[in-house]
Write a new protein. Structure first.
Length: 505
């Protein structure tokens, strides 16, 4: 099915999210929509899917003008969407999720679950998805949950599929599997719109690339274009895609972890006897497939886990058992993996978010009174220093793009007298321009003599930043290897294979 968007314009108050955008996707084509966070990519696709109504412009499918009052109309016309955050009911089975909203019934109005199971099996077999229709969604790995979303769309005869940042929550292996699925869909005649800001993925699967910046189409590119050319189109300037850093100037061991064990609320061992150390002026990157204990490890380091055994010392001071407040006051900066849930308060202003973990004393509070002058001066200084794109420090942080939200978190955490930085997924869901900035600040923190722990599922990020790499698998440390260890070796370690003797550090 051929898709055309002609002159699509969408505004939110004074903000022009889409400005007369034209886009054509041919039948059986993978068309990548590339742009920074906040460029207007998702807004455009939400217009296509009927979630938003355009202020101007037309949607055409096979040269026929469409009028979508909601997603139901879009689905009936053959448009499906796989969202970045899955639209699944965790306590339902795969078959129940697939039939939800399109229930088939049989005698006496009973749900025809057998028909739903058969549909799941048919699509799963056709594309080699290997999805059990009777499995509970909550029990499935993230990559398989995404396949369920694709099956939902295909079960409704989608001939145009939109993938909105589909790899944001996937491991490298799951990402490769998704790329293969997209190629299969293309070969079957499905038209695909692939929204992303990851240049490696674009060049791997795209037939054509359209770049959007600040709500406008700024150019088209071939998949043969270099990463530098694509990044420049996205950001509007030259972007440094490699991390520039000198060899580490190592000091004394600062963070020392011995026999760390964490048990989750239901009694499962999620971190199992982990020991490591990080020296002053060193970046230790923690790699692994999501869900192998990395989250619980970082939370234990900052006092967010309750059932902890072992020892965590920073500059010889025991942190285990201390409150979050005590650990932060000891000079630990923490960038959580989910900035929206754990790093920011969306309805508070940028200025208020910048003082969140220092609201109990000077310079922001004196004698129980908020010092607005001090807060305003501090916030304006950090907004400028960290290049936060915002009209005002009074803007609610929830209105910022993902990259700018992450800059607010970094500005807060790096503006204190740090003795340790713990950064979990520091560039998740962040565009290439902001990634460049965030990596630079992390390296600057290392070069100032601060030990840094970076947790990331992005192998490119791990190898770019790390002086040493610690790989976790099922709660244990598989090995600690040099920062220049190959992607192939790291991939094997992430699957549970110990490194060869020569690779270990």
């Amino acid at each position: 099915m051929k898709l055309e968007l002609r002159g699509i314009t969408k505004t939110f108050g004074s903000l022009v999210a889409n400005d007369h955008i034209d886009l054509t996707v041919e039948a059986g084509e993978i068309h990548c929509l590339l742009g920074e966070n906040g460029a207007g990519k998702s807004t455009l696709m939400n217009v296509l899917y009927g979630l938003y109504q355009a202020d101007a412009g037309e949607i055409l499918l096979d040269d026929e003008v469409q009028h979508f009052a909601g997603p139901g109309d879009a689905m009936r016309a053959g448009v499906g969407m796989v969202h970045q955050h899955f639209m699944l009911i965790p306590v339902f089975t795969v078959a129940e999720n697939v039939m939800l909203g399109h229930e088939q019934t049989k005698g006496l109005g009973r749900l025809d679950l057998a028909a739903a199971r058969a549909k799941v099996r048919e699509i799963s077999d056709r594309f080699g998805f290997d999805v059990d229709p009777d499995a509970l969604v909550d029990d499935l790995p993230v990559g398989v949950q995404q396949r369920v979303e694709i099956i939902k769309a295909l079960s409704r005869d989608a001939r145009v599929l939109v993938f909105d940042e589909p790899t944001a929550v996937l491991t490298p292996k799951e990402t490769d599997e998704l790329m293969a699925i997209m190629r299969q869909l293309k070969e079957s005649g499905t038209s695909i719109v692939f929204i992303t800001h990851k240049l490696r993925e674009v060049r791997e699967v795209a037939d054509r690339i359209t770049v959007i910046r600040l709500g406008k189409v700024v150019g088209e590119a071939s998949p043969t274009a270099s990463n530098a050319e694509l990044a420049s189109l996205m950001v509007g300037r030259a972007v440094e895609l490699t991390v520039q850093k000198e060899p580490a100037k190592l000091g004394e061991p600062a963070l020392v972890v011995k026999g760390l064990t964490v048990v989750d609320p239901i009694g499962q061992l999620v971190v199992n006897d982990v020991s490591f150390e990080v020296r002053q002026g060193e970046i230790l990157a923690v790699a692994g497939v999501q869900g192998n204990g990395q989250t619980e490890l970082t939370e234990a380091l900052v006092g967010l886990q309750q059932r902890v055994q072992g020892s965590i010392t920073l500059d010889g001071v025991e942190l285990t058992g201390g409150s979050v407040r005590k650990i932060l006051n000891a000079g630990v900066g923490f960038v959580p993996e989910d900035r929206k849930e754990d790093g920011l308060v969306a309805e508070m202003t940028i200025a208020e978010n910048l003082m969140l973990d220092r609201s109990d004393g000077e310079p922001f509070v004196k004698a129980g009174n908020l010092q607005l002058g001090a807060l305003d001066a501090f916030a304006k200084e950090k907004v400028a220093e960290f290049d936060v794109r915002t009209p005002s420090i009074e803007t609610k942080v929830g209105r910022l793009s993902g990259g700018n939200q992450q800059k607010v978190v970094l500005a807060r955490e790096l503006s204190r007298d740090l003795r340790l930085l713990v950064a979990a997924q520091p560039t998740r869901g962040v565009d290439v321009g902001s990634i460049e900035f965030i990596h630079k600040r992390i390296v600057e923190t290392r070069d100032a003599g601060v030990p840094v722990v970076v947790v990331s599922t992005e192998l490119d990020e791990v190898t770019a930043l790390a002086d040493r790499i610690m790989v976790m698998y099922r709660g244990k440390v598989i090995g600690i290897v040099p920062g220049d260890t190959s992607r192939d070796t790291l991939g094997l370690m992430m699957a549970g294979e110990a490194p060869t003797e020569g690779a270990a550090a």
